[in-house]
Write a protein that binds this ligand. Structure first.
Ligand SMILES: Cc1ncc(COP(=O)(O)O)c(C=O)c1O
Length: 360
């Protein structure tokens, strides 16, 4: 591994080395065609094969049942905060949201900005978002229920999906898509910015029940319309071609690794090692209730801010980057997405023990 460091960034985040090597091999002349994927027409046969394979691999690897559409969109997960209510929340209706942190709040704020009626039926803000709310009642006439499966900043993750009956479950899965086996059939719509577990920034993956595409009103901006973008198989306009190509490679990598079952097993082992290091002596303090702990983002505190600063400095010097907590909450956060190897997590846990011996 030449010049590679252990990358715990929250997003954009680590990509599998095998994927980067394949990109490098094909960068200048894709499969001997004499041009890069970046330089190809999005209407070319070659790119058509790439986007179709990306969609087919998403269906296979993420175990998406029949009746769902995979759409590649732009504008990040943040555009989906608007696209979801624009498409699925008709005037006069209302939607339910469960708030588990900054990203859920942004989703609510964006819907409200559009003049939509939103009910926040549960929130864990009273405990500084240290848990996933357990008790809530879904309004039976809600257009949908929106949740954030994994809070990237606070490090909480839904362990069991809410039973929504006939109300479509909409989920921002940006920071944990593809980290574990998920029963996609429980969801009406899932969206995820690719830049954590699925590829580079610039493309957002939307997985939606096909019948929900019919809800898109005609008078919304074209680039937010699931009916139009999905109806054109993500080729209404120029899509983020290079990003889609990398998503395809990442999905192929997950498949080669043994699929979601194997990836989940490795992710659980990585998380176990890290949480064990946090809980070992009381020097480190996890900030999330145990039942809500995330497999992907692991936040923790040290006895003082000075020690946290030293931790970041010394870990960086030891070849580990991205461990500073989000600017809004401070502390330390290790993002251990699919492409972060077990070896990186073992190295971090060892570093934590050494740091404690030195400063504890
Ligand atoms: C859970 C979650 N939702 C939404 C976003 C915003 O994503 P984007 O930057 O793609 O708009 C992020 C970014 O980190 C996130 O973690």
């Amino acid at each position: 591994m030449e010049n590679r460091i252990f990358n715990f960034n929250a997003g954009p985040a680590a990509l599998p080395l095998a994927v980067l090597e394949e990109i490098k091999n094909d960068l200048i002349s894709y499969k001997g065609e004499g041009l890069s994927v970046m330089e190809m027409s999005h209407r070319s046969k070659t790119f058509d094969a790439i986007i179709k394979e990306a969609e087919a691999l998403a269906k296979e690897v993420l175990q998406i049942p029949a009746g769902y559409k995979v759409i590649f969109m732009q504008g990040g997960a943040s555009l989906q905060f608007a696209a979801v209510p624009l498409n699925l929340l008709p005037d006069g209706g209302s939607a339910d949201y469960i708030s588990t942190g900054a990203w859920s709040k942004k989703a609510v704020a964006e819907a409200e900005k559009l003049g939509k009626s939103v009910n926040v039926i549960a929130s864990s803000e009273d405990s500084n978002f240290s848990r996933i709310p357990g008790e809530f009642t879904i309004n039976s006439d809600a257009a949908y229920l929106h949740i954030t499966s994994n809070n990237t900043i606070f490090g909480t993750q839904w362990q069991e999906w809410p039973e929504t009956g006939t109300v479509p479950l909409v989920c921002d899965m940006s920071s944990d898509i593809g980290c574990r086996k998920v029963d996609i059939g429980k969801f009406g719509l899932i969206y995820a910015g690719a830049q954590k577990n699925m590829g580079p920034s610039g493309v957002t993956i939307v997985i939606m029940r096909e019948e929900l595409m019919e809800r898109s009103p005609a008078n919304i901006p074209t680039m937010t319309s699931y009916k139009i973008i999905g109806g054109k198989d993500s080729l209404y306009n120029t899509p983020p071609t290079f990003a889609i190509y990398i998503v395809k490679l990442v999905l192929q990598w997950v498949k080669n690794m043994g699929g979601l079952e194997k990836i989940e097993q490795i992710n659980r082992e990585k998380a176990r090692i890290l949480y064990e290091a946090i809980d070992a002596t009381g020097f480190y303090r996890g900030t999330v209730e145990k039942e809500s702990r995330s497999l992907m983002n692991v936040p923790f505190r040290l006895p003082s801010e000075d020690l946290e600063k030293a931790f970041v400095e010394e870990s960086t010097a030891a070849g580990m980057i991205g461990l500073k907590g989000h600017r809004s909450v401070g502390g330390i956060r290790a993002s251990i997405y699919n492409a972060v190897p077990l070896e990186a997590v073992k190295t971090l846990a060892e570093f934590m023990r050494d740091f404690e011996r030195k400063h504890g």
